[in-house]
Design a binder for this molecule. Structure first.
Ligand code: ADE
Length: 262
């Protein structure tokens, strides 16, 4: 996966992603990160990249020329690697589609992704029309620029790129990948501050552990994210049928036992 970021603050991007799991993947080459300073491409002799908006209004706008030339430079690099497919160009904006886990999974299949980070009051519409393929928001709030949202996307996309997560678990088994929130986890010691690790986790019975974890996930999701719970329930009707049958069997067995006692 090759990430390219068009930004006025390249250091923010490289420093933000050069640690931990993303840092390790960049070091090993599973991911490459190319943060391009838009300012390096301005033709203005004072290195200016912004100007007043036509029609008036507050603040300054990033101009089309330096953004477009930075984009062209990145495209030249991509094409020099013999790539024919046009890469996705993602503009981070609160006006975009709200980012979801499913999008991370989908974007992880791309070979190159270009992120465009705006600042000030935004970017001249004409260059957006010319180069942007996707408008993405990370939530209904306004940030000072697109760098943090771009980092959020790159972090979550990276997790879905094969080879990035160290353990055998794929990013698929976690919160949101199947609509369910994660179950609680415990590590040593077995007892801490008088709180004991649930007995089933010490039992060594993997089927029981899996069942308990799924139940915990379901409970949490139902309580904290009923919207996600409903989606899961709609796609997993057979789970509830099986569960009801199991409970019915248990109830009959107990009745039988009680009768035998008498
Ligand atoms: N730029 C500013 N705020 C943003 C947000 N919420 N999502 C994506 N890009 C942004």
């Amino acid at each position: 996966m090759h990430f390219h970021v068009l930004t006025l603050f390249p250091d923010m991007i490289t420093q933000g992603l050069n640690t931990s799991i993303t840092g390790r993947s960049i070091e090993s080459g599973t991911i490459t990160l190319n943060a391009v300073n838009i300012r390096d491409y301005t033709v203005n002799k004072h290195k200016k990249v912004d100007d007043y908006p036509y029609g008036g209004g507050a603040g300054m706008l990033m101009q089309a020329q330096p953004v477009y030339d930075a984009y062209r430079a990145v495209m030249k690099d991509i094409q020099a690697r013999g790539k024919e497919k046009e890469p996705r160009v993602i503009y981070l904006t609160p006006q975009g589609t709200v980012f979801k886990q499913k999008m991370a999974k989908e974007l992880a299949k791309e070979e190159d992704i270009i992120f465009l980070c705006g600042h000030y009051e935004g970017i001249d519409e004409r260059v957006l029309e010319e180069i942007v393929t996707d408008y993405i928001s990370i939530g209904d709030y306004v940030l000072t620029g697109g760098e943090l949202p771009a980092m959020v996307l790159m972090d979550s996309i990276s997790r879905m790129v094969p080879g990035v997560l160290g353990n055998q678990e794929s990013g698929d088994s976690e919160s949101h990948s199947n609509y369910l929130l994660e179950y609680p986890q415990y590590s040593r010691p077995e007892e801490w501050m008088g709180k004991k690790v649930p007995q089933v986790l010490l039992s060594g019975d993997h089927a029981k552990v899996d069942e308990w974890r799924l139940e915990q996930s379901l409970q949490r999701t139902k309580e904290l994210r009923p919207d996600l719970y409903d989606k899961w329930a709609a796609e997993n009707e057979e789970y509830f049928i099986k569960k009801a049958k199991k409970e019915e069997r248990k109830r009959r067995n107990e009745l039988k036992k009680q009768k035998q006692k008498k």
